[in-house]
Design a protein around this ligand. Sequence first.
Ligand SMILES: Cc1cc2nc3c(=O)[nH]c(=O)nc-3n(C[C@H](O)[C@H](O)[C@H](O)COP(=O)(O)OP(=O)(O)OC[C@H]3O[C@@H](n4cnc5c(N)ncnc54)[C@H](O)[C@@H]3O)c2cc1C
Length: 571
Amino acid sequence: MIECDVAIIGGGPAGSTAGALLRQYDPTLRVLIFEREWFPRDHVGESQLPVIGQVLHEMGVWEKVEAAGFPIKVGATYRWGTSDDLWNFDFIPNGQLHDELRPGRFAGQRSETAFQVDRAIYDKILLDHAQELGCTVREGTRVVRVSADGDRVEGLETDDGETTKARYYVDATGGSGLVRRTFGIEVEQPTSLQNIAIWDYWQNAEWAAEIGVGGTRVQVLSLGYGWIWFIPLGPTRTSVGLVVPAAYYKRSRLRTEELYQKAISEEPRIRSLLANATSEGKLLATKDWSFVATRMSGENWWLAGDACGFADPILAAGMTLAHASAREVAYCLLEAIREPEGLSRLREVYNDRHSRRLRQHIRFADYWYSANAHFTDLKEYTREIARAAGLDLDPDRAFQWLGTGGFVNDDLGYASIGAYSIGAIKQIAQVFGGAPADWRINRANEFRLNLVGAHSTTVASFREGRVRYEPAYVRDGKVLALVGPYRHLFNTLQHENSLSRIVGRLEATLPRGLGDPKERVAYCLHALETMVVDGWVKGRLNKKHPSLALRTDDETPTLYRNREPLPVESA
Ligand SMILES: Cc1cc2nc3c(=O)[nH]c(=O)nc-3n(C[C@H](O)[C@H](O)[C@H](O)COP(=O)(O)OP(=O)(O)OC[C@H]3O[C@@H](n4cnc5c(N)ncnc54)[C@H](O)[C@@H]3O)c2cc1C
């Protein structure tokens, strides 16, 4: 019998993320990962979203992934609904991406773009990395039985006849959800999302776009009866897939390969990109992927990644959700091992956060297919989803938020809306709007807290390997967590109301030694902007006092009087 602290079933992105982070933050833990396949092996799900970079960086594996030379995903080209127009959605809008040599570092524009990965290579890099960090990895070992007692896992049996006992178990088996099924956890399945996917890999397809050094866009092209994905995975290999409603497939009476070939021959852009390419002849198909588990943890077990659920390939969010959920499972386990009495609260937090994200996605995918109309409708709808998540965004920014993976960025204390810093959002606004971005705090110079109708609570923050419960206020679905710059501002606003005194007090009280003091004050002012936008602070203009000229190009706070700038120091 093998004994360990944490036994992880499945060595895909969720399993290796959980394992790597467990060992990274607590190298004394004995972590075992069982993977039934021998890597490298192919896997569908190749197009990533930018927020994955943060998790890869935290795991210490971003450089290894970059060294593999995967194409940089700068965005996606869509053709959808009633219009024949192509629509480019870029993570960094309006050609602001500049050429940079590769391999690059996880900084600047590379932290705002993503990868398109060949999963055979990517999953192996991640699993090897987990092993290098000290996880014991058993490839070619299938878990065949989960012994359960009540809501506890008692042990695992593998196909080599071994039994494994652990303090905690993680089900990272993807759609098969071995532990989830053992406990008969029900799943919710949206009735409308019943699609099938058929895909193959191609050699020597042309890339639809070459942007900078190694950058490109994935193609998402509607056919009326379904849609095609086109994802370059490396210099020569491309994944091309077809998604159609299961009912259409049945009605068509075609075999999967016939339907696939028909779709490619009917889509002129894809047909031309594949004109000189050869298929690898691996044609694969899958269906029934849309569901959410109604419970994601038990007494000593957790679900991570696709084992919890998945929406649809349309927004390429599966791996983002897998990495994000596995990270949180690792954090919860680290915390539960430190303080077992906190377990039930951790379970509640994880369940709430992750099922909310999955439901947001299912709602969006559901609308995407049912509308099949124009992008303006989709963007409008994304705005509603963002609103339900407590964010007031206009349609373009709401789409950016969902389309870049902002929905998994719950990093409290980061002056942001979704994945974007508030400064980046202003930049997007400036680019889209063609005029200087409007900073609400430039229009006032006296600020007061407004907590009317709010109630105080605590919210979980996941940072640096710890789950902490931070004081917060909640009102109308919006949360003000008193963390980082928000805490400094909140405290400052208890004593000072005029802007120059707020800035002066921030300068005097912000902890020393954490970077450029001017930048730190600017960061607090970004937080002030979000507090004003969300109604936590009310501002008014007193013409006798200096105001602020926060500009989007350099984001340096400058106080001015009568249009003459005053350096912050002399205010
Ligand atoms: C058609 C389609 C297209 C998609 N496109 C995208 C996309 O473009 N972008 C994106 O981000 N996501 C996409 N996804 C989703 C993506 O594939 C998944 O979200 C992602 O792979 C989930 O990672 P995971 O680690 O949870 O599961 P997986 O990657 O499935 O890994 C699970 C691992 O567990 C192992 N395993 C299973 N059972 C056992 C067992 N009993 N014992 C031991 N090992 C076991 C498996 O061999 C596997 O390696 C797509 C999904 C589908 C269905």
